[in-house]
Design a protein around this ligand. Structure first.
Ligand SMILES: NC(=O)c1ccc[n+]([C@@H]2O[C@H](COP(=O)([O-])OP(=O)(O)OC[C@H]3O[C@@H](n4cnc5c(N)ncnc54)[C@H](OP(=O)(O)O)[C@@H]3O)[C@@H](O)[C@H]2O)c1
Length: 313
């Protein structure tokens, strides 16, 4: 399986490329050029990565060189948390479209379910703080933001809308007020944080899950997932690279993934991993690696939920 059909009927490639922390012009140009040459058509962007302008230029050039139609690409971007008020959502989306040099996005996600004070569309700063270094939250509900996202679909700026980093309770609540239901929830997923229950439940609601941080990189102190003995053993069994086992485990469960790599060799490996067919026993074996280990935890930055609530009232 190489593609998934979203609830709107749009078709999304299961393997895309991540673009977080790619900021040098040459790196962006190489990433986009290599990815499109290899065959990737799904690119995961976000306004807060602050590289959409570079991606837009690289995409324009590579599309011209390779003669790729816009309709054959699947471009995702994300609404940053400082633009959650209804009067800022459209402006933020238009700014992203301008930077990416596109007329529409295939998918636009609410990046994190927490609203910060508006700081302008250039997102400086992305995490606004007061003079006491306390985060400046905004008084806006996620329902208001979602309704503004729905209007982006109505006006043709966006084909699909979804969320990122949403828990099940937030999504269940959303199903009560959403006129257009979310197509996707993009969350951290890898064998050390398999999120099996959330993935299965969302699949019942026809909400597709995309795995970010699929390689579980990010913990300098910890052992790498691709060096885990179970992953290495399976890569020997299937005569493939460990990263391909990890990505194929996602794809086999109908989960898409957006690994980031600056290496052409790794991009090729990752792209080809959908061809691998893991047995059910091997998928189950990988599931046993779960230890609910999260590498992206904004609550660490934001403080505990109680502090959050205290700041909002
Ligand atoms: N929605 C959100 O809140 C959110 C949060 C985090 C990330 N994301 C998205 O998810 C994307 C991926 O996450 P990430 O960039 O944090 O981490 P990741 O893709 O899990 O890991 C990136 C690391 O994996 C290495 N890698 C990739 N392919 C490899 C391979 N085949 N073999 C060995 N190493 C490989 C890369 O090194 P090399 O360059 O050497 O290959 C890089 O150091 C982001 O770029 C972003 O688009 C979204």
């Amino acid at each position: 399986m190489s593609h998934v059909t979203l609830r709107s009927g749009s078709v999304m490639p299961l393997l895309g490329i991540g673009t977080w922390r790619v900021s040098e012009v040459q790196d962006v140009n190489n990433l986009i050029k290599n990815a499109l040459e290899i065959g990737y058509r799904h690119i995961d962007c976000a306004a807060i990565y602050k590289n959409e302008k570079l991606i837009g230029s690289a995409l324009k050039k590579s599309r011209e060189d390779l003669n790729i139609d816009r309709k054959d690409l699947f471009i995702t971007s994300k609404l940053w948390c400082t633009n959650f008020k209804k009067e800022h959502v459209r402006g933020a989306c238009e700014n992203t479209l301008k930077q990416l040099q596109l007329d529409y996005l295939d998918l636009y996600l609410i990046h994190w379910p927490v609203a910060f004070e508006h700081t302008g569309y250039d997102l400086e700063p992305g995490l606004p703080r007061d003079e006491n270094n306390k985060i400046k939250f905004a008084k806006v509900t996620l329902q208001e933001t979602w309704q503004a996202m729905e209007e982006l679909v109505d006006s043709g700026l966006v084909k699909n809308i979804g969320v990122s980093n949403y828990s099940l309770p937030l999504l269940l609540d959303m199903m009560n007020y959403a006129r257009i239901k979310p197509s996707v929830n993009q969350i951290e997923i890898h064998p050390y944080l398999n999120q099996n229950d959330l993935v299965k439940t969302l699949q019942e609601f026809d909400i597709h899950c995309t795995a970010y941080r699929p390689m579980a990189y990010g913990d300098a102190s910890g052992a790498k997932l691709i060096e885990d003995p179970v992953i290495v053993e399976l890569s020997n069994k299937y005569n493939c690279k460990p990263a391909q086992i990890v990505l194929s485990w996602n794809v086999s469960r109908g989960v898409s993934a957006v690994p980031k790599s600056l290496s052409r060799g790794h991009l090729e490996e990752n792209f080809n991993s959908y061809k691998l067919q893991l047995t059910k026993e091997d998928v189950d074996k990988i599931n046993t690696l779960n230890k609910n280990k999260r590498f992206t935890d904004p609550m660490k930055k934001l403080g505990h939920c109680q502090c959050l609530i205290k700041e909002l009232i």
